[in-house]
Design a protein around this ligand. Structure first.
Ligand code: AP5
Length: 211
């Protein structure tokens, strides 16, 4: 299955993407995670992306299309993939469609996680993430240990208030039009109410996928 996760920052794409990937036995590909690893390792891609990411702006489409292509063409994605935050502009949606066509594959679903802006700000202000495996946590102080890999939990630079506001503006201006593009193209968009406990949201996501 190839599944695109869409939704504003803090909607729970990473949280639910991880669970769905485990349950379906397919990898989760998150461009945010790939880019943060590149920033940490100071690769040319990371050095070029860092400033835009810290501000909460998008990195250029061609960078994302390269990551997308590498991830989908590799053997890891032979049985499918959960694409978390991989599509954030209409050119990226068009690019994904082209890459899938070249590989003889198709998109099974676009899961759109819906949460109002006020709840998102609350979630992001309280989030810490593991600096090694990037698992997100709520209500865990920076410096605590990651329950999954033992890494250290840190605050993300783009979870500062000004960057959160910019990410929300960017989402409404550049990513929300992707929903209309998929709907017009007859794409399989399934809306998921992402307010509620993590288990409730997972149940809704599974039902939306017909699981
Ligand atoms: P990325 O890392 O993907 O950031 P994002 O899209 O802003 O999404 P987040 O990771 O902030 O939120 P999420 O929806 O995954 O929520 P989470 O599960 O963590 O991208 C970072 C940057 O990289 C971008 O700003 C951009 O610069 C660049 N980038 C990446 N992809 C790109 C692309 N395609 N094009 C261009 N640039 C790109 O949950 C959030 C918090 O809420 C956590 O603390 C979690 O524990 C908690 N939580 C989750 N579910 C619930 C629930 N049901 N109830 C209460 N709390 C919950």
């Amino acid at each position: 299955m190839i599944i695109v996760l869409l939704g504003p920052p803090g909607a729970g794409k990473g949280t639910q993407g991880e669970k769905l990937a485990d349950q379906l036995g397919i990898p989760k590909v998150a461009t945010g995670d790939v880019l943060r690893a590149a920033v940490r390792d100071q690769t040319p891609m990371g050095l070029a992306a860092k400033a835009a990411m810290d501000r909460g702006d998008l990195v250029p489409d061609e960078v994302i299309l390269g990551i997308m292509k590498d991830a989908l063409a590799g053997p890891g994605a032979a049985r499918g993939a959960i694409l978390d935050g991989v599509v954030r502009t209409v050119p990226q949606a068009i690019g994904l469609s082209r890459v899938l066509g070249e590989l003889g594959r198709s998109l099974d679903a676009v899961l759109l996680f819906e949460v109002d802006d006020e709840a998102l700000v609350g979630r992001l202000s309280g989030r810490t993430v593991c600096e090694s495996c990037q698992t997100p946590y709520a209500g865990q102080a920076p410096g605590s240990a990651c329950a999954k890999c033992g890494g250290t939990l840190v605050r993300r630079k783009d979870d500062e208030p000004e960057a959160i506001r910019n990410r929300l503006r960017t989402y409404h201006a550049q990513t929300a039009p992707v929903i209309g593009w998929y709907e017009q193209a007859g794409g399989p968009v399934r809306r998921v109410d992402a307010l509620g406990t993590m288990d409730e949201v997972l149940g809704r996501a599974r039902r939306a996928l017909g699981l």
